[in-house]
Design a protein around this ligand. Sequence first.
Ligand code: ADP
Ligand code: MG
Ligand code: MG
Length: 537
Amino acid sequence: TTDDLVHNLVANTAYLKAQQIDRNKLRKERLSLTLPRPDKSSVLQAAVGKKYESLCEQQPIGRKLFQQFLLASNPQYIAAAEFLEELNAWRFAENETIQMAKQRVLAKFFRPESKFFLSYLTGEYAKMCRDLTEKNLDEVVMEEMREATRDFLRGKPFLEYQKSPFFSRFLQWKEYEKQNISDKYFYEFRTLGKGGFGEVCAVQVKHTGQMYACKKLDKRRLKKKSGERLALVEKQILEKVSSLFIVNLAYAYDNKTHLCLVMDLMTGGDLKFHIYSLGARGIRLDRVVYYTAQITTGILHLHSMDIVYRDMKPENVLLDGKGQCRLSDLGLAVELSRGKTICQKAGTTGYMAPEVLRQEYYRTSVDWWALGCSIYEMVAARLPFKDFREKVQNEEVTRRTLEDECKYDHKLFDFPTKDIISRFLKKRVQHRLGCRGDDPRSHVFFKCINIHRLEAGLVDPPWVPKPNVVYAKDTDEFRDTSELKDIQLDAKDAKFFREFSTGAVPIRWQKEIIDSGMFDELNNVEPDAENRENTWK
Ligand code: ADP
Ligand code: MG
Ligand code: MG
């Protein structure tokens, strides 16, 4: 109807406009913000933990403050900080720039007359350092020097850092990070999709302008369908993983009616939408190769943490605004400690592996089967054992999956594509690609992709979403909740909701604070009297 059209147009316009961040408006909103006082209590110190890796490398704000500390200290510390920065730039340099980088690195860090000479290197490393030339300076040597530098920093510099005002400032940020999160923290925009327990909508953090997707799970619906434990598992797995190819969790909180998972906003739509709803069906082969490389990298990351995804399908792969993709919807994922297997039937019809359908014990093999089905679907706009919109019983899909050979239309599939799919679709696990400790990314299918650069997010996407298009179906607001009116929430539920609602996820939150410029704004403010005896820049 006209009303719906107008409604959708208004919703889309507001959503698209929010993505153009108005920096001045944000700065005004932030004028009244200050960092909380540093809480020196032992509770907080303990909560922060004492590990160098976490404090000075993994947490983005911690890393920044540690670096600022080094740069404000002595020449030796400054050299170490500069060297680590240089290594980061060097790691992904292309061949032409690498020669130049080598000369610069040698002159800057490895010659005693330079003011950035790495004078903290001792023993064997000092000797190695004297003998370095452009010829023998390679990645292996650089990695050894990085390790030597980290060993040095982990000692005296790290201890001094923890007594410095830079670390007090870090504790203030940690205190801020613990703030209570509620609906008031966000502006809300249009619905992006519907899930089993509620809808997913776009939201924006008021103070930073950062856009996210908020997956809302209806508390009573969860209780009615015994989905509470699953929701907690999904949240715990999401917060544990950290990969460019998996949707990251930024906040978990609840309100009166819903549990909310706030995640990276993927504005480019899901791959199912791209296969079936945008003109010509199917996806161009260069895009299929690119997406498959990213998906494979995401799956390998999950497997390396002993997590089986179990819901690999194009619908669960989402594109961001730049055209890179990530796995989402970890609602069926399970963590299986080393060597453990499981036989629970889980997944989506058409993507389930023979071992799942036969209710045999399985582990990570099921994800590679489902990836084979997904590549097939991206190319042919149908599944190997189920045609598009074919009305067919699950039993028949099961029978075909177990018995039939997959057929390939030679007009659609070239040799490498057909080959990789058929290796993923081996009915016996022992013969399947990815199931023998092998890396599927060495298959010729990926020959055009530099996997090392892809892992770092440095390979340009073959296709970029248009900034003024909303890649999601229009949605109707109505949802029947009458079936839920008898569900009562009790104290046990409340306890579970508290366990779920842990607020900001540190690494993601700290990145948001830095990216939005809020870190620089608040961090440059004079520290309070307590720290004034120490110099602060
Ligand atoms: P369910 O577990 O119920 O299947 P999903 O997590 O798959 O729910 O989310 C439902 C739909 O919401 C997805 O198919 C997608 O269209 C949309 N969606 C989910 N997460 C995001 C996100 N991070 N960014 C954009 N859209 C999303
Ligand atoms: Mg889903
Ligand atoms: Mg799910």
